[in-house]
Design a protein around this ligand. Structure first.
Ligand SMILES: Cc1cc2nc3c(=O)[nH]c(=O)nc-3n(C[C@H](O)[C@H](O)[C@H](O)COP(=O)(O)O)c2cc1C
Ligand code: SF4
Length: 447
């Protein structure tokens, strides 16, 4: 699989985004010098339908976690009826181990804004809310400045896009997130923008039909929107020339992808590579190999809610097939955390469970009670106070709550389940070594 040169974030080196000499924010003037906003100009000469078709044809899949086809989601919008229609830009990025949207903002905020403007035009959305993680103080300032620049140059606001080159008007507002993981779930996000507690909504209706303030709304991730401009500029075939087809007859994984790698590697960082790159290649060719030359033990596939890859899955291809092929939930944010041979996987599971127990919004009883129960069981196992029955109970709990089993409203509980179940199943001997055999009830086995 050839690894392409960086294309999406063309100004960002594929070396780790850590070298201070390479770091600078591409402001409006520099963006325009490299033909920035020319794609918007070209898009405004196309019909909105032609842009939607182009994005559909590219088979761009959402970069926020679920990999849902972007053009298909856009086509769920009803016909405009003269009322408001919204775009919610998801830059909450609270999934542990995930750092990619932040870097797009750090370096190329106008690339994202151009994608937002084109999306608004293509989907006839009049208002965009840039929903950004509250802790991203520096990035908030960067986006604020970029939005102000975009207004000053007529991208957003009246008289119409590009200072009236089109009569289409879109507004763009920045909205700080409220500091909880659940704010990133698309309907929790909408509640949050509406000024309420970020409690996810029961779906259907889906946001495209009934979203923000009851009106049609598209929710897209920052990285997804950053891909829209390059696709419109270079065409769907160009996008499809990167990434890979599915090896199991599923939908393809086209395009480049930002992969933020953390954990026990020599050069953790965010790299832009083709989808489909084997994890081993990502670690060895980009991250300088395993830290201290130690052995690979496992990895979080792409954000903790996706679950873990085991010691024999180092060659897993990082594409949207990964869930079906390697017994994890999916590719998620494609930001893996790598573990070396010395990692205590019981401690990893306990730490992840603590996160989910803290972050459950409490709306659904199975998730509210179940995530805390899972955490307590794992503490007991780690401290050597559990029996093998507790291990069975742990797996039973982690299999029974969640949207997939129809017992919760959103997927947070499923994230907890996949993380815990995959770690226990793939590293079972470590858990068994920590538990005592269950006591045999009185009378059982007596002769
Ligand atoms: C608990 C939870 C947290 C989520 N957090 C994020 C997030 O921080 N950023 C994000 O883009 N998507 C997040 N998602 C996924 C969103 O609900 C939604 O699928 C995504 O923003 C859609 O954008 P896309 O189609 O461009 O990928 C989360 C989902 C769940 C269940
Ligand atoms: S599954 Fe958990 S986080 Fe999601 S709505 Fe229910 S209680 Fe809240």
């Amino acid at each position: 699989m050839p690894v392409t040169e960086p294309v999406l974030c063309k100004r960002i080196p594929t070396a780790p985004w850590g070298d201070p000499k390479d770091r600078h924010i591409v402001g409006y003037d520099e963006f325009v010098k490299t033909e920035g906003y020319e794609t918007l100009r070209a898009a405004l000469d196309m019909t909105p339908e032609a842009i939607v078709d182009m994005v559909k044809d590219s088979q761009l899949r959402g970069r926020g976690g679920a990999g849902f086809p972007c053009g298909l989601k856009w086509s769920f919008l009803p016909e405009p009826d003269g009322g408001r229609r919204y775009l919610a830009v998801n830059c909450d990025e609270a999934e542990p181990g995930t750092f990619k949207d932040r870097l797009l903002i750090d370096f190329d905020p106008h690339l994202v804004l151009e994608g937002i403007a084109i999306t608004c035009y293509a989907c006839r959305l009049d208002t965009a809310f840039f929903f950004i993680r509250g802790e991203y103080r520096h990035q908030i300032k960067v986006v604020e400045t970029a939005i102000r620049e975009a207004y000053a140059h007529g991208i957003f606001g009246k008289p119409g896009m590009l200072k009236g080159a089109s009569d289409f008007v879109a507004e763009c507002y920045l909205h700080r997130s409220a500091g909880a993981y659940i704010c990133g779930e698309e309907t929790g996000l909408l509640e949050c923008i509406e000024g309420k507690r970020a409690w996810p909504r029961v779906k259907p209706p889906f946001p495209a039909v009934k979203g923000l303030f009851g009106r049609p709304t598209i929710v897209n991730n920052v990285e997804t929107l950053a891909a829209v401009g390059p696709i419109v500029r270079h065409g769907a075939d160009w996008w499809k020339s990167m990434g890979c087809e599915s090896s199991i007859g599923g939908p393809p994984s086209f395009g480049p992808k930002l992969m933020g790698v953390s954990g026990h590697v020599n050069r953790p960082g965010c790299y832009e590579v083709d989808l489909g790159i084997p994890l081993r290649k990502l670690v060895e060719d980009y991250c300088g190999g395993m830290r201290g030359g130690k052995k690979f033990k496992g990895a979080i596939a792409g954000g903790v809610s996706m679950g873990a890859l085991g010691p024999d899955q180092f060659d897993a291809e990082m594409d949207f097939d990964i869930g079906r092929k390697y017994q994890v939930m999916g590719l998620g944010t494609a930001c893996p955390t790598i573990f070396d041979q010395d990692t205590d996987m019981v401690a990893v599971a306990r730490n992840i469970a603590r996160f989910f127990a803290n972050e459950s919004c409490g709306q659904c009883t199975p998730c509210r009670e179940g995530t805390s129960w899972v955490y307590k069981l794992l503490v007991r196992i780690e401290q050597g106070n559990a029996t093998s029955k507790d291990l069975d109970l742990l797996l039973e709990l982690a299999g029974s709550m969640g949207i997939m089993s129809g017992t919760t409203i959103c997927g947070l509980a499923d994230g907890n389940n996949w993380a815990i179940r995959t770690i226990v199943n793939k590293f079972r001997d470590e858990f068994e070594a920590r538990v005592r055999p269950s006591l045999v009830p009185l009378g059982v086995g007596a002769t």
